[in-house]
Design a protein around this ligand. Sequence first.
Ligand code: HEC
Ligand code: HEC
Ligand code: HEC
Length: 260
Amino acid sequence: MNRWLVVRAMLLAFCAGAATCAPAQDNSKKEETCFESRKGATQVIKREIRPGLPNVRCSPTTGAVLWYGDPFEGTVPMARMPLLDKIAEGQAVVKPRSDKLNFLAQCGTVCHNGVMPKGFPKDNRPVPIPTMEAMVPDVKNLQHGRGRIWCLECHHSTKRNALVDHFGDPVSFDQPQQLCGKCHGDKLRDWRDGIHGKRIGEFTSTGKKRWFTCTECHNPHDVQDGARNRGFVALQPEPPPQLPKGMKDAKHEKTHPIAH
Ligand code: HEC
Ligand code: HEC
Ligand code: HEC
């Protein structure tokens, strides 16, 4: 659980029922946040890029981003990847994940500081890790791979602020496609071809595009989603568009002007 949520939960528990406890509301300054793709993990704060131009517009129904003032805001170049080397430098960008990961700064310094911790397992088999239970809620029943994969298939054993490729070399948390693609080659190929995932930006084929990376949509620790047993947590859909003012129904759309 994110630390802010913990603090908020504590405040709620403390304040329950006491109206005087409510923080003073200042609506003019209230921050509006919405999520880009994965709820709780891809939050953006709404603000003005310049007067009258917001960075995003948020859906009041789902809390999802509906529109971008600048689709490239906060992005970094996508790592060079096989078969994507024809894309001109700077035309493919991704949004970094590192600043969304609260534990990352500590991970590589406090406990896993470049050396194997004492008593650390010598292989990748599952073992109980009581110290991680608060950070990874499904650690006892990892919701990925149905019991056939474990932490060090994905996390670098000595450089804990990095993921790991098949050769044991570090992969940046900002370029997770390089990790996921090592086991999900078919999905990587679909993603590369634009069949899986999402891109936004310039419409032309050679235009600049932001590629959504795997972890912007999938929670790597919970791809099975418990009883649902599928790869994706369903979102509430947007309602259908409203009819124009004065129009009672859309039956006219069913009649074709030319008989056939
Ligand atoms: C399938 C690959 C995979 C497996 C298996 C995996 N992780 Fe992760 N883990 C990731 C990725 C990718 C991220 C970054 C997620 C993101 O960008 O939202 C991450 C993030 C984390 C974080 C940082 C979370 C934060 O918010 O700062 C911790 C801690 C962590 N993993 C621990 C574990 C532990 C412990 C295990 C084993 C029980 C494990 N992971 C298994 C891929 C994996
Ligand atoms: C070490 C290999 C490995 C890596 C790395 C890996 N996965 Fe998986 N993944 C698996 C296995 C095994 C399954 C289970 C397939 C099954 O049982 O049908 C799976 C299943 C999935 C599923 C389908 C959910 C289900 O089980 O129905 C999704 C979605 C998924 N992975 C996404 C990712 C993403 C995103 C990443 C990168 C963060 C990633 N995987 C990295 C091995 C891996
Ligand atoms: C824009 C969001 C998005 C991105 C980016 C994305 N995925 Fe997915 N992925 C989905 C959705 C939606 C599904 C369908 C899940 C379902 O059917 O429940 C899915 C399904 C999957 C599955 C399961 C397929 C199955 O047959 O059950 C795997 C594996 C997977 N994605 C891997 C990846 C990998 C690897 C990447 C990065 C290269 C990636 N995804 C990027 C949204 C995304």
